[in-house]
Design a protein around this ligand. Structure first.
Ligand code: CP
Ligand code: NVA
Length: 329
């Protein structure tokens, strides 16, 4: 069956079938090969205009959208919460209706998932989720492409273990992604960080159809047989005041060489959405260290090891976001 995603929004992987996700991954690989070959003669987004709304900071997501658009001939406008009227002087509904008249697509990064849903509802153009408090679907596409490039197994045979803050946007996005693609997933973290029961139930309902397995565990034995160890910062954007308690809670779940060895897989991959605290080369890591807190969620040894594919993964943000834009606009 031919896949046609034109006009669709990309709010969560839960809205897409495994075949549609497969299509996006294959398109991303093809667009990556096209860029590597330096082929720019037939831009797929020529004459299109995309607006990028960021209520939280970003390096990769913003740059991925911008470079993807430039490569394929689209123009971008960047707005942050300080330089637009959104939410302060103008309602979300009115903003969405206005942006829908100007632009062919809207990217949004911010807080509530309901904002991307409302933008899609009122704008009349495709909306792309560039991260909310509860999801980060474009990141998962990049992660899956990276796994396929580095792991010989098909996705449905891959086991991913997410270590640390198991109730954050990345962990939930992975639950959805693994459920859709029939993969084995473990959220490995303290039981006091309760995974949203609705997220778990939704992922498990999909898993029951695809053959995926979605588990939550605080037992190190759960990492055994992992093909991918995944980590993220311990306090997501907007949660920085919780760092002291998170460090206490999550230090046992730090990704170390011992944890990689506990997988029993000498070929295990380390992935991380980035940004990462893996050394003390950032002002934040330094400042917290001075206050007596080591906020590193992964050791520098693992981050720089042969297991780590984090920079290939970061590059793949651009190729996969390009696939989403080209398929849906
Ligand atoms: N991984 C990711 O979304 O990075 P940014 O926050 O830099 O966009
Ligand atoms: N959980 C992180 C992901 C950053 C890409 C955050 O929301 O800050």
């Amino acid at each position: 069956m031919a896949i046609n995603l034109k006009g669709r929004s990309f709010l969560t992987l839960m809205d897409f079938s495994p075949e549609e996700i497969r299509f996006l991954l294959d398109l991303a690989a093809a667009l990556k090969a096209k860029k590597k070959a330096g082929i720019y003669n037939e831009p797929l987004l020529k004459g299109k205009n995309i607006v990028l709304l960021f209520e939280k900071t970003s390096t990769r997501t913003r740059c991925a959208f911008e470079t993807a658009c430039h490569d394929e001939g689209a123009h971008v406008t960047f707005l942050d919460s300080k330089s637009s009227q959104m939410g302060k002087k103008e309602s979300l509904e009115d903003t969405a209706k206005v942006l829908g008249r100007f632009f062919d697509g809207i990217e949004y990064r911010g807080f509530e998932q309901s904002v991307v849903e409302d933008l899609a509802k009122y704008s009349g153009v495709p909306v792309f989720n560039g991260l909310t408090d509860v999801d980060h679907p474009t990141q998962i596409l990049a992660d899956m492409l990276t796994i396929e490039e580095h792991c010989a197994k098909p996705l449905h045979k891959v086991k991913v273990v997410f270590c640390g803050d198991i109730r954050n946007n990345m962990c939930y996005a992975w639950m959805y992604g693994c459920a859709k693609m029939g993969m084995t997933f473990v959220a490995y973290g303290p039981s006091s960080l309760t995974v949203d029961p609705e997220v778990l139930a939704a992922a498990r309902a999909v898993a029951a159809e695809t053959g995926a397995s979605i588990e939550v565990s605080d037992d190190i034995a759960a990492v055994e047989g992992a093909d991918v160890i995944y980590s993220d910062i311990w306090a997501s954007m907007g949660e920085e005041d919780q760092i002291p308690e998170r460090v206490k809670l999550l230090t046992p779940y730090k990704v170390t060489m011992d944890l990689l060895n506990a997988t029993g897989n000498p070929e295990v991959l380390f992935l991380h959405c980035l940004p990462s605290f893996h050394d003390f080369e950032t002002t934040m890591a330094k400042e917290w260290k001075e206050k007596g807190y080591d906020i590193r969620e992964v050791t520098d040894e693992v981050f720089r090891s042969k297991h780590s594919v984090v920079f290939d993964e970061a590059e793949n943000r651009m190729h996969t976001i390009k696939a989403v834009l080209c398929a849906m606009i």
